[in-house]
Design a protein. Structure first.
Length: 114
């Protein structure tokens, strides 16, 4: 008898035009407001507004915050280390997008190896 494994993925699409305050972002990402404030201080997140009460986070901040939560929890990375890791991940993503745009001519290349 053959055993079949099924994996379920759940996701929510959040448009970049959506803006959340710190309380809404905290609830959506299941993390504390204090941690979000520490991440803003370290440059992990870049809200608009001059104070935590005025901060507004775009939809892309939710994905970044969830990534930050996973990295800080699973790898026990502190806020300053997290800023560096996310910056490097952003650079990798940017370089992959550049490779796709310029088309390196090798149809069999695997961008996942980069």
């Amino acid at each position: 008898m053959t055993q079949t494994n099924i994996t379920w993925l759940e996701g929510v699409i959040v448009e970049n035009e959506i803006h959340m305050n710190i309380v809404e972002l905290s609830q959506a990402a299941s993390t504390s407001e204090e941690l979000i404030m520490a991440w803003v201080t370290e440059g992990v997140l870049s809200p608009t507004g001059s104070s935590p009460q005025d901060w507004r986070f775009g939809g892309d901040s939710l994905s970044r915050t969830k990534t930050a939560v996973r990295l800080s929890r699973d790898l026990e990375i502190n806020p300053s280390g997290l800023a560096l890791v996310l910056q490097l991940l952003d650079q990798i993503s940017h370089l992959r997008a550049q490779l796709v745009r310029i088309g390196n001519g090798d149809k069999n290349s695997n961008l996942e190896e980069i």
